[in-house]
Design a binder for this molecule. Structure first.
Ligand SMILES: [Zn+2]
Length: 56
């Protein structure tokens, strides 16, 4: 498989409260993965929590 020069990488969004990996998304990668937290809806807790980006 040829590697494209795409600067996007698939990561998981992990709930900071229940540690479930609820979402998979792609982020742009320049100098490593930025440590971003996003407010996402957690299905397990049925509320919005902060989700941390996790590589794989
Ligand atoms: Zn959760």
């Amino acid at each position: 498989m040829a590697k494209k020069k795409s600067k996007r990488e698939y990561v998981w969004l992990e709930c900071s409260e229940c540690k479930n990996r609820n979402y998979r998304t792609s982020v742009s990668v320049r100098e490593g993965t930025p440590k971003i937290t996003l407010m996402k809806f957690c299905k397990t807790e049925r509320k919005h929590t902060s989700h941390k980006i996790r590589r794989k």
